[in-house]
Design a protein around this ligand. Structure first.
Ligand code: GLN
Ligand code: ZN
Length: 759
C-alpha cells in the first residue's frame, strides 16, 4: 500500500498565530516561553491535522521560527562573528539578530541578506560563509522535533536542507568557492544523521531543490561526494527531495546517488515520470509529487491517476509514496475557513489540508477502494463541468485574445519620434522631477479605510477624505515644484489587490495567508476566471487629480506581469494567456486614461524579473511574452502620451534587452542603494529612452542630504545623456511619513534645479 506524506507544512498557522507570537516577543511583551509554547502548539496541531487528513508519515523539522535556511546555518554553527556575543547570551536573541538585525547598547548588527526562495514568494536568509569556515553540529532542533512528534505517536520523518543546496544557496563574504567547504560541512551532517537514526528515525528527507536548476560538473561532483559520505554515516534511510521543476539533465545524477528514495515534482514536470521510472534503481522508493504544492486548485484525477497507475504498475505500492509536488509552505492551510467564497469556487480549490485529503483518496484508489475511486471520478466530473461555467470562460475575452494582432503591441512611432512630440506637449524642463506614485499611507488613511470597510464610515465621507488627501498631495507637489505629479494612491490598499478587486476573474480569500518571510505573510489574490474589466478602475481618481492642476498628472497602473506574478493563477490556461487577458483589460484602462486627458501613464512592473524561469533555457520564451504583455498594455496610445514604467530593485544585466524591448518612454529603477551601479547595464546597452535612477532610498527613514543626491545624479550624468535623465526617488513613498517625505522631496527638487544650471 502506498504511503501518503508531504515534504513540509505551513508554519504560520491558520490565523497567523506564529506571527502574533513572534511580534509580541520582539516587542518584549511576552517571555520566550510564550513564543516557544505557541510554536509547539502549532506543530502539534499541524501534525494532527495532517494525520487526520490522511498522511501516514509527517515531516518534522519543517517548522521554523523564522526560516529553515537560517535554521540550517545555525544548526551547523555557520554563525558570522558579529553575532557571536549575542548568541553567547541567548541563542534565540542571536538567531533573531541574524534574521532581523539588532540594535541595542551600542551594537548595530545588520541582518543576513534575504533573497527569494527559487521562484516562490518565500524569502530565505542567505548564510554568510568564508574560506576555511568552521562547521559543527551545535543544536538539536531536528532531534527535538523528532522526539516531540514520536511522543505524540506520529511516524515522523526529519527534513533537512541538503548539504549541497545549503552551500549553493549561501554566499561567501570573501568570494571564495562555496563548494570547497563541503568537506568541512559533511561530518556535521553525518553526525546529525547518526543521532537521528539512534533516536529512531526510519527516514530522513534531504532537500536538494538546486537539482532542478542548471548545475555544472563541479556541482555534480559535490552531490556525488556529499551523498557518498552521507550514505556511509549510519543514518536513517535517505529520501532525496527535488522540487519546483524537472530534474532534466540532472536526472541521471539524482538516480545515481546512493540514497533510498527520490521525491520528484510531477506537477511542474509530469513528463519526467517515464524517464524517472526508466532510470530509478531497483529497490528505490519514488515519492511522487502529484498535487500542486504551489497553487490552490484541486488536482485533476484524469491527469493524476494515469501517472500514478503507471508508477504503481512499475514499482508496486511499497515503493511508491504519494505527496504534494513540494512543501505545502507555499499554500494556505485550510479551505474550510473560507466560509464566504461562492460554493462553485470553493469546489475547485484545495489548500494544504484538502491536498492531503486528495492524496489519501489517490492512495486508497490505487489500493482498490471503490469509494475513493468514485470520489475522484466525481471530482473530475465537477472540474470538467466547471470549465464551461460563465466567468471561467468569457467568450468576449476569448474572442479579443484571438483577434490580437502583432500591431496591438506596437506604439504608433518609434521612441525617437515620440520623444520629440512629448517634449513639445509636456514642455518639461531638463532633468524632470517626479515620484513613483504613492505618498504616505498615514494612520488616518488606514483607519478611514478600515472604518469604511466595516461600514462605520459612509461612502461619501470616505470619498471626501480621499479627495482631500489627493488635493493635499497635489498642492504639496506643486508647492515644492515637482514637474510630473501623481495623485498619491490614497485609495489603494495594495497595488495588486486594488486592481484585482475591480477585475472579473479574481477572488480574494479571508485567511489565505502564505509566509513571505519571518512573520510577514501575504494573501495573494486568486485568478479563477477570464480576466476582464467591467468598468474603468482609476480614471475617476486620475481625472480628479488632473483637474486640480495644470501640471501633467501621471496615471498609475500595476502592470500585467506583476498582476500575474503576485497572484495564485488558474491552472487550466497557460500563464502567458492569463497575462495577455490582464494586459488587454489594462490596455482599456490606459486608453480611458488617455481619453480623460491624462498625458503620462505609469505601468509598474516590479515583478518582471522575479517571473524568470528557474532554467536559463526557458528565459527567452518567458521574456518574450512578458514584454509583449507590457507592450499590449501600453500599445496604441498617441505618441504624445508618455508611458512610464517602474521596476524596483532588480539586477538588469541579463535582462536589459527585454527591458529595452518594453520600450517605455521613461523607466524608473531603484539604484540608490547600489550607488548607481545598477545603471551599468543600461549604459552598456546604450539604452536610449528616458531613465530615472532612484536618487534616494525610500526604504530607510533617513532623510537624504542634498549633497548625497547631487553626488548620485552627477554620477548618473557621467554615463547618461542629460536629455534622458529623470530625477525621482527609488520607489513609492507609502511606507514613509510626511516628516521624512517633505524635506527629502524638497531637497530632491533642489538638486534638479541646481544641476539644470550646470548642464
Ligand atoms: N506605484 C507604486 C507605488 O508608488 C509602485 C510600488 C512598487 O514599485 N512596488 O507605491
Ligand atoms: Zn518600486
Amino acid at each position: 500500500m502506498s504511503l501518503v506524506t508531504h515534504p513540509g507544512f505551513p508554519r504560520i498557522g491558520l490565523k497567523r498565530e506564529l506571527k502574533r507570537a513572534l511580534e509580541a516577543h520582539w516587542r518584549g511583551e511576552t517571555p520566550v516561553e510564550a513564543l516557544l509554547d505557541a510554536a509547539r502548539e502549532l506543530r502539534v496541531r499541524h501534525w494532527r491535522l495532517a494525520r487526520d487528513a490522511g498522511a501516514d508519515v509527517v515531516p518534522c523539522n519543517d517548522f521554523s521560527l523564522y526560516d529553515h535556511v537560517l535554521d540550517t546555518a545555525v544548526l551547523f554553527d555557520a554563525i558570522p562573528e558579529r553575532y557571536r556575543a549575542l548568541f553567547a547570551d541567548s541563542r534565540l536573541d542571536g538567531y533573531f539578530a541574524m534574521a532581523r538585525g539588532h540594535r541595542r547598547d551600542g551594537h548595530d548588527l545588520h541582518a543576513l541578506e534575504m533573497t527569494k526562495w527559487f521562484d516562490t514568494n518565500y524569502h530565505y536568509l542567505v548564510p554568510e560563509l568564508h574560506a576555511g569556515q568552521h562547521f559543527a553540529l551545535i543544536g538539536d532542533k531536528p532531534l527535538a522535533e523528532l522526539r516531540e512528534a514520536q511522543a505524540l505517536g506520529h511516524r515522523a520523518r526529519p527534513v533537512l536542507l541538503g548539504p549541497v543546496s545549503f552551500l549553493l544557496l549561501s554566499k561567501t563574504v570573501d568570494g571564495s568557492d562555496r563548494l570547497a567547504l563541503l568537506d568541512r560541512l559533511l561530518p556535521a551532517y553525518a553526525e546529525l544523521l547518526r543521532q537521528l537514526a539512534e533516536a529512531g528515525a526510519e527516514w530522513v528527507q534531504l532537500d536538494e531543490p538546486c537539482l532542478v536548476l542548471d548545475q555544472d560538473a563541479d556541482d555534480h561532483a559535490a552531490y556525488r561526494k556529499a551523498y557518498a559520505a552521507l550514505a556511509a554515516a549510519n543514518g536513517p534511510r535517505i529520501l532525496l527531495a527535488c522540487y519546483f521543476g524537472a530534474l532534466g539533465d540532472n536526472l541521471a545524477l539524482a538516480t545515481e546517488l546512493p540514497v533510498d528514495g527520490l521525491h520528484v515534482d510531477l506537477v511542474r514536470a509530469p513528463q519526467q515520470l517515464d524517464a524517472v521510472l526508466d532510470v530509478l534503481p531497483a529497490g528505490r522508493v519514488l515519492s511522487a509529487g502529484v498535487v500542486d504544492g504551489r497553487n490552490v486548485w484541486r488536482s485533476r484525477p484524469g491527469q493524476v491517476l494515469p501517472l500514478l497507475r503507471k508508477a504503481h504498475a512499475r514499482l508496486g505500492g511499497e515503493r511508491l509514496w504519494l505527496a504534494p509536488s513540494c512543501s505545502l509552505l507555499h499554500v494556505p492551510i485550510d479551505l474550510e475557513a473560507e466560509t464566504t467564497l461562492p460554493a462553485e469556487r470553493r469546489a475547485s480549490m484545495a489548500f494544504a489540508k484538502q491536498k492531503l485529503e486528495e492524496l489519501r483518496a489517490y492512495a486508497d484508489a490505487l489500493a482498490g477502494h471503490p469509494e475513493a475511486e468514485a470520489a475522484l471520478h466525481a471530482q473530475q466530473t465537477l472540474l470538467d463541468r466547471q470549465a464551461g461555467q460563465a466567468g471561467v470562460l468569457n467568450p468576449a475575452v476569448r474572442g479579443r485574445l484571438q483577434a490580437l494582432s502583432p500591431q496591438s503591441a506596437l506604439r504608433r512611432s518609434a521612441y525617437a519620434s515620440r520623444r520629440v512630440v512629448q517634449a513639445e506637449v509636456l514642455a518639461l524642463p531638463p532633468l524632470p522631477t517626479t515620484t513613483i506614485g504613492s505618498f504616505p499611507q498615514t494612520d488616518e488613511l488606514r483607519q478611514a479605510r478600515a472604518a469604511h470597510r466595516t461600514g462605520k464610515l459612509a461612502d461619501k465621507a470616505y470619498e471626501d477624505r480621499l479627495k482631500a488627501e489627493v488635493e493635499r498631495v497635489v498642492r504639496f507637489q506643486e508647492e515644492i515644484g515637482l514637474d510630473v505629479l501623481v495623485h498619491g494612491e490614497p485609495e489603494r490598499n495594495d497595488m495588486v489587490e486594488y486592481f484585482g478587486e475591480q477585475l472579473d476573474g479574481y477572488l480574494f480569500t479571508k485567511l489565505g495567508w502564505v509566509q513571505s518571510y519571518g512573520s510577514r505573510c501575504v494573501k495573494p489574490p486568486v485568478i479563477w476566471g477570464d480576466v476582464a474589466r467591467p468598468a474603468p478602475m482609476t480614471v475617476r481618481w486620475s481625472a480628479f487629480a488632473q483637474s486640480l492642476t495644470d501640471k501633467p498628472m501621471k496615471g498609475m497602473l500595476t502592470g500585467p506581469v506583476t498582476m500575474l506574478q503576485w497572484s495564485f493563477v488558474r491552472d487550466d490556461l497557460p500563464r502567458e494567456t492569463v497575462c495577455r487577458q490582464i494586459a488587454l483589460a489594462l490596455r482599456d484602462e490606459v486608453h480611458d486614461l488617455e481619453a480623460a486627458g491624462i498625458r503620462a501613464i505609469q505601468i509598474d512592473e516590479p515583478a518582471l524579473r522575479e517571473g524568470l524561469p528557474l532554467r536559463r533555457a526557458d528565459w527567452p520564451t518567458y521574456l518574450a511574452w512578458a514584454v509583449e504583455c507590457f507592450r499590449i498594455t501600453a500599445g496604441g496610445v498617441r505618441d504624445a502620451t508618455q508611458i512610464h514604467t517602474h521596476m524596483c530593485y532588480s539586477e538588469f544585466n541579463d535582462i536589459i534587452e527585454a527591458v529595452a524591448a518594453m520600450d517605455a518612454d521613461v523607466i524608473s529603477i531603484e539604484t540608490s542603494r547600489s550607488r548607481m551601479e545598477l545603471l551599468d547595464a543600461f549604459v552598456r546597452f546604450r539604452y536610449p529612452n528616458g531613465i530615472g535612477p532612484g536618487v534616494y532610498d525610500i526604504h530607510s527613514p533617513r532623510v537624504p542630504t542634498q549633497e548625497e543626491m547631487l553626488a548620485l545624479l552627477r554620477k548618473a550624468l557621467e554615463v547618461l545623456d542629460a536629455g534622458q535623465l529623470w530625477v525621482n526617488p527609488d520607489c513609492g513613498l507609502k511606507t514613509r511619513g510626511w516628516a521624512q517625505v517633505e524635506p527629502a522631496l524638497r531637497r530632491m527638487v533642489g538638486c534638479a534645479r541646481q544641476l539644470r544650471t550646470d548642464i
